[in-house]
Design a protein around this ligand. Structure first.
Ligand SMILES: Cc1cc2nc3c(=O)[nH]c(=O)nc-3n(C[C@H](O)[C@H](O)[C@H](O)COP(=O)(O)OP(=O)(O)OC[C@H]3O[C@@H](n4cnc5c(N)ncnc54)[C@H](O)[C@@H]3O)c2cc1C
Length: 224
């Protein structure tokens, strides 16, 4: 367990905030991994969060959705953190990370707040000047919730945005992206758990091999 100090929070889209913390010198992780954050010793004080920072940055960051009118007691405590206040974090883990072979074709299908592991991967890829070209399908409620990804443009082979407020989301909307897949494509799915389960089942129905799919399921969200 590591002790970290809250630095600040920044708004990055509607109801979406990045929280910054100090980074212990011996804290190691790979872009896309997650950890458990504990705000205090009280009962409702722990949650899993992806580290939305890049490992090469000198702060640890988490990015989450908070609407104060509907927020859990955990999120209210997170919101109320004061600069310098200490919290705990565990070691990071998870397999939602870039493959060793960076020449592999990569498709990311991201729903809403599920963007967080990709944010870490994109920032690290820019910092390390990695030559990756990935395809992104980004599913969001509406434009207010879109996180600006312009600065990562050179890392994308293609980007496609699907708005769920205009069209109730049906997994077959991504079929035009699936039609272009090669056998060795790696597919990364991240977002609210029910949404991702539905997408994953759909991919498997389309005869995509389970071994090519890497999924991050966020609990606690009914919608994106
Ligand atoms: C691998 C992983 C990565 C995630 N990454 C992100 C991320 O980057 N950004 C993000 O916003 N969310 C992320 N989540 C979801 C996050 O952990 C929260 O569930 C979510 O933010 C909703 O929290 P809440 O307090 O609003 O909801 P709540 O409905 O209060 O709780 C949500 C979940 O927390 C559990 N929980 C409730 N009380 C406790 C307790 N006392 N101790 C432990 N668990 C409890 C519940 O069982 C429920 O599953 C991730 C989840 C996982 C599993």
């Amino acid at each position: 367990m590591y002790l970290i100090k809250f630095i600040k929070k920044d708004k990055i889209a509607t109801d979406t905030y990045t929280f910054y913390f100090t980074k212990p010198r011996n804290y190691r992780y790979i872009g896309g991994q997650y950890s458990e954050f504990q705000l205090s010793p009280t009962s409702d004080s722990k949650r899993w969060f992806t580290l939305s920072s890049a490992p090469s940055e000198n702060t640890l960051q988490l990015t989450t959705k908070i609407n104060l009118k509907l927020a859990s007691s955990f999120k209210i405590s997170l919101w109320n953190l004061k600069e310098g206040q200490t919290i705990h974090i565990q070691d990071a883990f998870g397999d939602f990370v870039l493959p060793k072979n960076l020449n592999q074709d990569l498709l990311f299908i991201i729903a809403g707040i599920g963007l967080t592991p990709l944010l870490s991967i994109l920032k690290e890829s820019l910092n390390q000047q990695l030559r990756i070209k990935l395809q992104l399908v980004y599913i969001v409620k509406d434009t207010d919730y879109l996180v600006d990804l312009k600065r990562y443009q050179k890392l994308f082979k293609s980007t496609r945005i699907i708005y769920t407020s205009q069209i109730p989301f049906k997994p077959n909307l991504i079929d035009e992206n699936l039609a272009q897949l090669q056998l060795k494509h790696k597919i990364y799915l991240s977002g609210p758990d029910k949404f991702i389960t539905k997408l994953r089942d759909h991919l498997i129905e389309q005869s995509i091999s389970e071994s090519n799919i890497i999924s991050d399921y966020f609990d606690g969200y009914l919608e994106i």
